[in-house]
Every structure is written in structure tokens, then in C-alpha cells.
Design a protein around this ligand. Sequence first.
Ligand SMILES: *Cc1c(COP(=O)(O)O)cnc(C)c1O
Length: 389
Amino acid sequence: MTDDLRPETQAIRAGREHDGSSLAPVLWPSTTYRLDDLERARELNFESRPPDFYGRNGSPTVNDFADAIASLEGAEAALALGSGMGALSTIVFALCSGGDHIVAQSRTFSVTNQLLTLVCPRFGIDVTFVDATDSGAVEAAVEPGRTMLVLVETPANPGLDVIDLEAIGAIAGPFTVVDSTMATPVVQRPLDHGIDLVMHAATKGIAGHNDAMLGVVAGEQELIDVVWRHHLVHGAVASAYDSWNGLRGLRTLHARVHQQSASAAVLADRLADHPAVASVRYPGRDDHPHHAIAARQMSSGGTVVAFDLAGGVEAGARMVRSCELAVNAASFGGPETLITHPASTTAATLTLDEREAMGIGDGTIRLSVGLEHVEDLWDDVDAAISGSD
Ligand SMILES: *Cc1c(COP(=O)(O)O)cnc(C)c1O
């Protein structure tokens, strides 16, 4: 019914199947449902995502959230999971077995990297890492008959590399999977570019209020069914409560992302002119190395800006300590502006070489732009940088 509506309208209308006449989403916390009819009870064992059987198989609130995601991604089907990593690890182990091969982008979210470097090899799954900004290198790394997955993240966390979705989508053979967390469905829709599965840490921009741990994956029904069946044993099930918050987040997703992207673009431009800033990485700026690709596949530069302070580690640490509005906290996509300095936090244990291989320099700062007034944000960021000279 909602298919021919524009995405902004779909976000308001989607995921209401189990709400009855309630306008607000209904929270269904039950983990089990009365099975009045024995024959139906038997059938439910074999049905995909039944909303009224047992909570691990499906639930009204979780299914409604997933269905809303499917309509925003232009997908046949979607599945909600307990976290972004729950989604990613379920996809990997649903589709790959010992002896299979994955081609993955080398610069990704650090826990994705841990899954691929530490866990996959324990199960005999080989991973080849490539610089996926060179899509020819991705294709060249595919081993016909053995490569099951091509996995990329765009824009990538934290370096903001942008990967060419059309080129990845055109690779024949393996399933192509895109982690689109940083973009949200507002900024890009990977399935429109021939990608097989799009996933998100919906914990971030989609739920959008820093109060729900959620992952989602969307694609063709048949493929989602395979992932769903594995999630029954893997167990990374989404909570009904978090899905309920996810549904609420979706209603304002477009307004939030548009506003946050507009502020991010302003801050990126001003940071680029700041004498203490060595470089800015923002996909919406034409000095971003992959700006042409970003302009083709993204509707805006997104809500996250990365930049390098000329003063290195000391300057980065001082800036984070000096900010009063921007909060030093992990995550991104919520209403509060967050600032992180990976070299003194998440990447502090890595060597400079290892960090630079991940796109993290000594003075790299990641700013997740929130919903505060942009001039208040600039005053805060500018004062903190100046205090960090
Ligand atoms: C946060 C994040 C994840 C993991 O999501 P969780 O909900 O924290 O498990 C995966 N990919 C990207 C790009 C992320 O930013």
C-alpha cells in the first residue's frame, strides 16, 4: 500500500500492521502466544517470522519495525536483530561455512574488523581485505565458486571512505552486503544499486535517540528467510521494547537526518577554513577524495564529519576535554552532538601504522552532529579547537 509513496511519507505510514486503531505503535512484550488451534500450531513451526508463536521466531512489534525498514530500503523483506553486530554476525554465519571466502573492505568499524580477523578464521572462513575505494580491487579479490560474500561499509566508520555501490552491486557471484549505518535509508539506498543485502546498526541514526540497541538487514525475501532461519539458532533477537523505540525513531528520521546533515555541512566548511585544522573529510564537500561517487549515490553528506587537528594527539585530547556542548561519547546519529578522538580512546592501543591503516591519524576527530542550533555548535567547537592550539 505504501510502495508508491515518497520515503518521507512511508516513514510515517509504515509498520502499523499490529497497532489496531492505536496511532502510536503498540508494544507487544509477550514472548509466547496461545496456540488455540493444533493444526495452526504445527504450521507455525515452519513459517517465516510468525508474529504470534514464540518471541525468537517473531513478534508483532519487532516485525512491524522490520517491515517499516523494508519499505524505507525499497526491499521485499527485512529482519530486525538485537544489535548491529548481531545483524552482521548473523548474516556472515547464515551465508558462510568453513572453506568459504569473504572479500571485505579493510577500513571498517573496528568490531566488524574483529569479527572478520579474529572470529571468522576460527571457523575456517577466509577473509581477504582490500581497499574497497578501488572497486576493481574488490572484484579482482573475488574467487569464483569460493567467495560467498563481498562486505563493504559506506560511508565507512570512522574514516568516511565512500564506496561505489553501483560497482560493488555489479560484481557477479558472491552476495554483496553493505553496512549503510552512517547513511541511514534517508541518505542512500544500496539495494537500488544492485546490492543484495543492506544492514544497519539501527542503534545509531535509525532509532536515533541513544535508547535502543538494534540491527536490521533488508533484501529479497528468500535471502532474508535464510538469515532469519540462522538467527533462530544464533539468537541475536531484537527486543520488542527497542523495536518500539526504533519505530518511534523512524517517524522523525527524515527530519532529523536532513537537519543534522545541513548542520554537518556548515561545520565541515567552517572547520576546513580553521587554521588549526589540517584537513576535513566530509562526503558532501568537493575536496573529499570520493566526492563524485558520494554525489551520485548519497542525497547529502550525512551527519558525521571527520577532521584532523594539526596539533596531533595532544590537540585532539585537549579539544575533546574542552568541548562543553559536544559530548565525549561513543556512537553517533542521536540528537546530542558527540565528539570522539580515536587516537586517545578506541584506537589508543594500536600503533600509529595500524591506526593509519584504519584511517585514524593522531589528530583525527569524529564529530557526530546532533540537533542543537548550528551556531551554538560552532561556538563550542571553535572555542575548543582554539583552546587546543
Ligand atoms: C555501531 C556500528 C556497528 C555495530 O552496531 P551495534 O548496534 O553497536 O552492535 C556496525 N557497523 C557500524 C558502521 C557501526 O557504526
